[in-house]
Write a protein that binds this ligand. Structure first.
Ligand code: BGC
Length: 414
């Protein structure tokens, strides 16, 4: 820890000298729920502490579809922000447009290569150069459960599909919404990918949703995935269509529903509501997915800046995001785990510690998997086509057979 605080001091001094001549930073993001806004506020405050102003460019909408549309409009108008919440393969797409800043000098000062796991640092680079900085890592394949609600119907947190459906049935019979789901394309895709992993396993997921292998997309296992989804649909409430993820999580928090499939940004909402894991709620890997870790790495991608002042402010932003203080505070609010591997675990709860352990284990056993729904796995156009197809499936009586055909077709969209 001693060497950590020395490093902090060094980075802070460097940031301060940068700040002496810095402009404001403008940051585009979609961290607008209660817990997300708290996390963003910590970063904003740390910038203010260095004398750097923060122009908030927040565009609501989980999954970031609205934010990305707003970003494109701004960039086309020749007015890119300092940084934007751009993740995964999209970083490469912006790199190809020759729009991104080179953060190599800052990364070398901060020793990012040695502090970040390769899975994370690789995503932050375009053609070997750092262009983005990670704020945190989310695990997507979680099931959130209200312990009090399950206890009421004599059920225990499920870990397998048969157990899951038994619990869902008990809740339904008791007149309680069994599964809270937010019917938006990106949330449909979040549910879908957990079922793909839970039914087919890691290799199947990689082949289907990362490699987009048509023979695997159009397979009996994928039929089983859609049949499982058809069964899940019978436990959703009528209000699910179009509902935001955080309002859906609130249903679990308030005991209106029993279970939700969602990434651990949901935990940020539980924590903000003062709920405790293991007591009020449980976090458990989605049925059949306990050996795998579906990752979603949040990052701020930096756009080229013209003036030296703007560049200095941008460098300070990058250094601050990677500072131990921000990495810890951001994830404590956000429900995620730090992107840096050297952050002390003592302030983190059991869900986060499990996430940290499971990520390390998954890295070793080749089951660390990029999230399709969160823009980590494939190009945005293909991802969008698949999410739209899934939304159609969730909102109609489409059969598993037709769904598999449509999925295979959507996977060809470039
Ligand atoms: C982002 C998270 C965010 C979630 C809901 C995801 O795409 O990566 O940071 O909390 O959307 O807004």
């Amino acid at each position: 820890m001693k060497s950590l605080s020395r490093k902090c001091l060094l980075l802070a001094t460097l940031s301060l000298s940068i700040a002496a001549q810095a402009a404001d930073v403008e940051v585009l993001h979609w961290w607008t729920s209660g817990s997300e806004a708290h996390a963003a506020a910590r970063l904003k405050q740390m910038m203010a502490d260095q004398g750097i102003g923060w122009k908030d460019f927040a565009v609501a909408g989980g999954g970031g579809d609205n934010a990305m549309t707003a970003l494109k409009t701004r960039v086309l108008g020749g007015n890119a922000p300092t940084a934007a919440q751009i993740k995964g393969p999209s970083i490469q797409a912006w790199g190809q447009e020759n729009m991104l800043a080179n953060l190599d000098a800052v990364a070398a000062t901060g020793k990012w290569d040695s502090l970040l796991p390769a899975t994370v640092s690789n995503v932050m680079k375009y053609k070997g150069h750092y262009v983005a900085v990670p704020t945190n890592v989310h695990r997507v394949n979680w099931l959130w459960v209200n312990n009090h609600v399950l206890k009421k119907v004599g059920a225990k947190t499920p870990t397998t599909w048969p157990e899951f459906f038994q619990v869902a049935e008990k809740l339904k019979k008791a007149g309680i919404i069994a599964i809270a789901h937010g019917g938006q394309p990106w949330q449909d895709a979040t549910l879908f990918e957990s079922v793909v992993l839970g039914i087919g396993g890691s290799d199947f997921y990689q082949q289907a949703l990362v490699k987009l292998n048509p023979a695997v997309l159009n397979s009996p296992t994928m039929i089983e995935v859609f049949n499982t989804l058809i069964r899940i649909k019978t436990y959703l409430d009528k209000g699910s269509s179009g509902r935001d993820w955080n309002l859906t999580t609130a249903m679990i928090i308030n005991g209106k529903a029993g279970m939700q499939f969602m990434g651990d940004w949901a935990k940020g909402e539980f924590s903000a509501a003062g709920k405790k894991p293991g007591q009020d709620y449980d976090c458990v890997p989605a049925p059949g997915t306990e050996n795998a870790f579906v990752y979603n790495i949040d990052s701020l991608t930096m756009f080229k800046q013209k003036s030296a002042q703007a560049q200095a402010a941008q460098s300070a932003l990058a250094l601050t995001v990677m500072s131990p203080l921000l990495q810890e505070a951001f994830s404590l609010n956000k429900g995620s785990i730090p992107a840096r591997q050297d952050i002390a675990r003592d302030k983190f709860d059991a869900c986060a510690v499990r996430s940290m352990n499971d990520m390390q284990a998954a890295e070793k056993n080749r089951s660390l998997i990029p999230s399709l729904s969160q823009g980590m796995a494939i190009a945005p156009a293909t991802q969008g086509a698949i999410a739209d197809m899934l939304a159609q499936f969730m909102n109609t009586n489409m059969t598993a057979k037709i769904a598999v055909e449509k999925l295979t077709k959507a996977a060809r969209v470039k």
